[in-house]
Ligand binder design. Sequence first.
Ligand SMILES: CC(C)(COP(=O)(O)OP(=O)(O)OC[C@H]1O[C@@H](n2cnc3c(N)ncnc32)[C@H](O)[C@@H]1OP(=O)(O)O)[C@@H](O)C(=O)NCCC(=O)NCCS
Length: 200
Amino acid sequence: MQSISVTTNAATDKTETPGREDSKDQGQRPPTPDPSDGIELLRPTAADGAAVHALVAQCPPLDTNSMYCNLLQCSHFAGTSVAARMNGQLVGFVSGYLVPERTDTLFVWQVAVSESARGHGLATRMLSHLLDRLECQGVNWLETSITASNRGSWGLFEGLAAKRGTDISKSELFDRKDHFNDEHDTEHLVRIGPFRNSAP
Ligand SMILES: CC(C)(COP(=O)(O)OP(=O)(O)OC[C@H]1O[C@@H](n2cnc3c(N)ncnc32)[C@H](O)[C@@H]1OP(=O)(O)O)[C@@H](O)C(=O)NCCC(=O)NCCS
């Protein structure tokens, strides 16, 4: 069994073992390197802003924001956002913030994982890392919004609720006609929680 080390700046994160067996037979093709090897989860800084902008642009169906917006996410909202780096390259990013009038609620704005790092639990790990941050110690709910067709996003957040042993509910947040002037699919509000007394 080969272990992967996930370095993080959240005190509660631990080294993980993915249950991936190395090939024991000589002459067999070596296992594909697991792209989650050596991934660091960090608070972003303004120095990450341009890389975040580029990553989001490579992750349809995410909407790109201005680079200025990404810089604000990496500075004003650094405590509730996470950058995942592998060999110095940004391979994942979650932007989030505490809802100003409901600070027990972490709103996850965007989740982006580079194509090469997908399918290894990185998005889930970034969300768990955020929930374990000191800044989120009062957080009891996670909210996000998802369009009906984004299967990856539904899978991610339904999986998170299941892993935390808590509930997930759905309602409408921004309507295609009423709010988006018919230029964007309806965004459904997803609310997960409560987290208190749920599994880590
Ligand atoms: C969606 C995305 C963030 C998932 O990243 P990831 O690191 O591969 O996700 P994980 O490995 O943590 O997978 C989490 C769960 O989602 C499921 N999932 C991931 N991608 C999926 C897909 N395309 N379709 C269906 N389920 C999917 C996984 O099977 C897993 O389920 P489980 O918890 O039951 O095991 C990534 O594909 C991405 O960046 N997509 C483009 C941008 C986007 O749509 N972002 C989300 C909207 S904010």
